[in-house]
Ligand binder design. Structure first.
Ligand SMILES: [Zn+2]
Length: 469
């Protein structure tokens, strides 16, 4: 994309900033009509999928939803450039040296390790990339315009610390690696910190790096705030943005007090990033000019405003290379009718996404070591053949794995790799003597809450030194 096109998108995002509800909806309607028409013409999959929908209809509810397994199974027919094939993309993402590169020299590719438990591949275009850059700025600029914040930004030379799973083509780390590779300005201003590293190592590296901006996995940032209060971490970021995992109001206030700076949550998915960003009045605003969110029940029927949904259907109005239309994201959200007191007309939501517990283990030298939920599930989901998984800490030294293997892989072989992978991972963290056992039952929703959780500790667990073990 040339700089003029990118500039146009950025300008459009800024223009919509102060728009009325009607103006935002008009932008959304126009882009939706264009996207539906485009997908029906250019994607063989959507053409078939919408065979029964009247031509030209802009009533989104007439269009059947899609799921991740569906988009993966028909990948070659979904994408709108015939040069892209699943086999070649699979080979591309299997190669870690390609992390900061574009597929075919043109398309960023991110993999998902599992909001709904199944690995997926997301091919992006330049519009997606431009939106990824433009959307955060429209929400956070007001947060960094006071003298103290500007002073911190300058003092730390606008350096960004990003907490994201590295070593794979996941959105967070690989998007930043790509931006870093393609931008002179960002070249030396981004450092990635993986939640799979021991927390003490992250703390030590952050003390050396001294970031101006800290963003990424919420559960890690919560632990970093604790380290800052305990005096182990000494950083003074101008701005902190927890993302990727739900974060409570109390946790956000803790982060704010620990770092004495503005904290704004971001809600993103690999299929659209960022979906929503928190304003100065503490509400998550959906970037509804470029994304459609439909809170629905388990039968994909709309739920009322103000009511939590079973899942949410996402329509990306930007990405044309792999159209995402009424995609089942798996998160429970609540959408509100009320306007936010900040004055923005962009819709406000609450998110209860993939919740996970931080598990605390004792290392062989007697220290407490927190292990982050996405680090653990990432180890399992990285094993080829894993379809869905859940990890349950059932005792101080026992982890039970619920595992579902894809039909084309040998169940026992996959399980052995999962077990070995987890044991190696824990040993690398200095944690020994953990039994990794396979559950008889497959992954399933919690019978009481109905939520599909990924990593948690059972009540019976009596872990060392921490109430949440
Ligand atoms: Zn607001």
């Amino acid at each position: 994309m040339n700089p003029i096109e990118r500039g146009k998108i950025t300008l459009d995002v800024w223009r919509a900033r102060g728009g009325t509800r009607a103006e935002i909806e008009a932008r959304q309607r126009r882009r939706l009509a264009e996207m539906l028409s485009f997908a029906r013409r250019q994607s063989r999959f959507y053409k078939r999928h919408y065979a029964d929908v009247p031509e030209g209809s802009t009533d989104l509810t007439q269009y059947p939803p899609v799921t991740k397994p569906m988009l993966m199974e028909h990948f070659d027919d979904v994408v709108t450039d015939t040069a892209i094939t699943k086999a070649e993309v699979d080979a591309f993402v299997a190669d870690e040296t390609k992390i900061c590169q574009r597929f075919l020299g043109r398309y960023p590719v991110w993999t998902t390790s599992g909001t709904t438990g199944e690995p997926g591949i997301s091919v992006q275009d330049d519009t997606s990339l431009a939106l990824l850059g433009a959307h955060p700025d429209r929400w956070i600029l007001d947060a960094v315009l006071d003298i103290d914040t500007l002073r911190r930004l300058v003092k730390h030379n606008l350096r960004e610390a990003v907490i994201a799973i590295t070593g794979g083509h996941f959105l967070g780390a690989s998007a930043f690696a790509l931006l870093q590779r393609e931008s002179k300005f960002l070249e030396n201003r981004i450092q990635l910190f993986s939640p799979t590293q021991p927390l003490d190592d992250i703390i030590e590296a952050l003390n050396r790096y001294q970031p101006a901006l800290l963003m990424g996995y919420a559960s890690v940032i919560v632990e970093l705030a604790r380290a800052q209060r305990d005096g182990r971490l000494h950083i003074s970021p101008a701005f902190v943005s927890p993302a990727s995992e739900p974060v409570s109001e109390a946790q956000k206030r803790d982060i704010e007090h620990a770092f004495d700076c503005e904290v704004r949550e971001a809600y993103a998915a690999t299929e659209f990033d960022p979906i929503a960003i928190e304003c100065g009045h503490g509400n998550l605003h959906v970037n509804a000019d470029w994304v459609v969110l439909e809170p629905v029940d388990e039968e994909y029927r709309p739920v009322d405003l103000g009511e939590p949904s079973e899942t949410v259907l996402l329509t990306n109005l930007g990405n044309r290379i792999q159209p995402i239309i009424r995609y089942d994201l798996g998160d429970s959200i609540t959408m509100y009718d009320e306007h936010c007191s900040c004055g923005s007309a962009f819709p406000v939501i609450d998110v209860e996404g993939r919740q996970g517990d931080v598990l605390h283990f004792e290392t062989t030298d007697g220290r407490d070591r927190p292990i982050f939920p996405l680090a653990l599930s990432g180890v399992v989901e990285d094993v080829p053949g894993v379809r869905r998984t859940q990890l349950v800490r059932t005792g101080p030294s026992t982890i039970r794995i619920r595992l579902e293997v894809t039909s084309d892989c040998d169940d026992l072989v996959v399980w052995e790799r999962v077990r070995a992978g987890l044991e190696t991972f824990l040993e690398d963290q200095g944690i020994a003597g953990i039994t990794v056992e396979r559950a008889a039952e497959p992954p399933q929703r919690d019978p009481l809450s109905g939520k599909f959780r990924h990593v948690w500790a059972e009540q019976t667990c009596d872990g060392p030194g921490n109430e949440s073990c």
